[in-house]
Design a protein around this ligand. Structure first.
Ligand SMILES: Nc1ncnc2c1ncn2[C@@H]1O[C@H](COP(=O)(O)OP(=O)(O)O)[C@@H](O)[C@H]1O
Ligand SMILES: Nc1ccn([C@H]2C[C@H](O)[C@@H](COP(=O)(O)OP(=O)(O)O)O2)c(=O)n1
Length: 205
């Protein structure tokens, strides 16, 4: 069984997926972390993030491994854990450029499709492109202001700056961010985290 939870940036995908996965007793898979890891390694190597061949060569020589756990995903590059460095502002700024490269998307998709079922997969195109055969699909939304207010509780930046960065990323990610036609779209604005998790679990049962 595969459950997909897609949605815009900071809509609650990873928190909701973790809650749903724990209730189901299965791992969740955070696909965005692989795009973030590719971005971090590219930045550290001083690569032009638009340069797909160079990035793919780098990822070939420094393989990245995603560890999907129900409580939280971890990302490794050989013996080095990258997880804590993947949500920095510089990775946020670069990741949409890297995620727009078809070669990088193919690199991510191959890793995701090799994972053993069952799991909950979250990202942008889990229900449309990567797992179109998934049994249950969800798509999370909320206004940019509400999402920025939620993120501001995690980061030392003010709400207008986060809101502007989220809107910029929404625009850059539009191509791969459409909901699957068979996805249930949930406006998370009026709901708390548990409310979103319960909406999904009710639908699954
Ligand atoms: N429905 C909700 N109500 C309130 N806060 C939420 C809700 N969903 C998510 N959050 C909070 O918003 C922040 C962003 O959620 P996160 O799961 O990281 O989103 P994403 O994976 O889509 O970027 C987190 O601090 C999370 O706890
Ligand atoms: N399946 C996916 C997952 C993420 N991406 C892109 C889009 C986002 O800008 C980045 C980071 O995704 P991530 O889900 O970690 O980002 P947010 O938590 O939503 O801010 O990767 C994608 O294109 N396709």
């Amino acid at each position: 069984m595969i459950v997909t939870i897609d949605g815009v940036a900071a809509s609650g995908k990873s928190s909701v997926s973790s809650g749903v996965a724990q209730a189901l007793g299965v791992p969740y898979v955070s696909s965005g972390l692989l795009y973030r890891a590719a971005t971090l390694l590219g930045l550290e190597a001083n690569l032009d993030l638009h340069d797909a061949p160079q990035l793919l060569t780098l990822l070939g020589t420094r393989p990245v491994h995603l560890e999907p756990l129900a409580g939280g995903n971890r990302v490794w590059q050989a013996g080095r854990e990258l997880t804590d460095e993947l949500h920095s502002t510089r990775v946020d700024r670069g990741v949409s450029v890297v995620a727009a490269l078809p070669e990088v998307r193919a690199w991510v998709d191959a890793q995701l499709r090799a994972l053993p079922e069952p799991f909950v997969a979250e990202g942008r195109d889990m229900g449309t492109n990567v797992f179109p055969h998934a049994s249950h699909k969800f798509y999370l939304t909320a206004s940019a202001r509400i999402r920025a207010e939620r993120r501001a509780r995690e980061r030392p930046e003010d709400v207008p700056a986060i809101e502007a960065a989220l809107q910029r990323r929404d625009e850059l990610d539009t191509v791969q961010s459409a909901p699957a036609p068979d996805a249930l779209v949930i406006d998370t604005g009026p709901l708390d985290l548990q409310g979103v998790i319960d909406t999904i679990l009710t639908r699954l049962r």
